[in-house]
Write a new protein. Structure first.
Length: 298
């Protein structure tokens, strides 16, 4: 049976997205909890222990379904648009369509592609974040009755805010994605260049690809973490009523809690970013190579 390019374009983000969620969901859950309720937890270990005691092991995988949908949808759009945006960058700089782009030019292409991915990412992330922090919303008294399933959260958003309610935090998501993916693809390509040492990047084995993907993911989160913290607050706390926009939330957090509050949950994020994005890029590169072999064989 011949594997078509369309099949591989679908399977790559599915494999990568699944790898990201399975390996990183507990750390992502801890990140969202610590971002939205930093005073409840002293650190990553404290968050893990309290979550396990209060909710059990399943508490670490709250929001897994929307997280999986978000990862697959985002990566599908991201990597599909990445190739398209690379061609746009080639036109802008005036080079042939087969010319290899520099690391900086690839970073710019990734940044452009992320703007398209944001449109599918924002609604799924909102549902995911609300499920992950639902227990804390009830503990803090901000809401009386919490939603426990994906469908109940979706229904609640539609009843309260209508379809546009899924796009709460859209500006924050854009502010995170566009610059973030510049550093994501830039860090990945720079790392691959370093490991290649003059050879073709296509010759790199799994370990350099894992490390390069992990480095790219780390670059993304270090660059835009405060923006993500504000986004999480807007998406989660808007359950309890009208929430200020990006600037209003940002200023409130800095004034009342200090700048360091914007970095709550950074530790689990960095662990997750390295492991999950290493797995993502490894799946992407090997699927892409398989696709190119199939295309060349026609």
């Amino acid at each position: 049976v011949m594997i078509t390019s369309a099949t591989l374009l679908i399977s790559t983000p599915c494999l990568g997205g699944t790898a990201c969620v399975v390996t990183g969901q507990p750390f992502d859950t801890a990140k969202v909890k610590m971002q939205t309720f930093p005073n409840m937890y002293k650190g990553l270990v404290d968050c893990f222990v309290k979550t396990y005691k209060q909710v059990g092991f399943r508490g670490f995988y709250k929001g897994t379904t929307p997280a999986l949908v978000a990862n697959i949808a985002e990566n599908s759009v991201l990597f599909m648009c990445y190739g398209f945006c690379q061609q746009i960058v080639r036109r802008i700089v005036g080079v042939d369509r087969k010319t290899k782009l520099s690391d900086l030019q690839n970073a710019a292409a990734g940044s452009f592609a992320s703007a398209f991915a944001t449109l599918v990412l924002c609604p799924t992330e909102l549902v995911k974040c609300r499920l992950q922090a639902m227990h804390e919303m009830q503990l803090s008294g901000k809401i009386i009755q919490g939603h426990t399933t994906v469908w109940s959260v979706v229904k609640g958003v539609i009843q309260k805010d209508g379809p546009l309610g899924f796009y709460r935090g859209l500006s924050s998501t854009l502010l995170r994605e566009v610059p973030g993916y510049f550093f994501f693809f830039g860090g990945y390509e720079l790392s691959r260049t370093f490991f290649a040492s003059g050879r073709s990047k296509d010759e790199l084995g799994p370990i350099p690809l894992l490390l390069s993907g992990g480095f790219g993911g780390s670059c993304l989160w270090i660059a835009v973490y405060p923006v993500d913290c504000v986004k999480s607050r807007i998406q989660v706390l808007s359950m309890a009523g009208k929430q200020a926009g990006f600037m209003g939330t940002f200023v409130t957090v800095v004034r009342t809690e200090g700048v360091l509050a914007l970095y709550s949950g950074l530790t689990p994020t960095m662990i997750r970013a390295f492991v999950a994005n290493g797995a993502l890029f490894l799946a992407y590169e090997y699927s892409r190579k398989l696709m190119m072999k199939q295309i060349d064989s026609y």
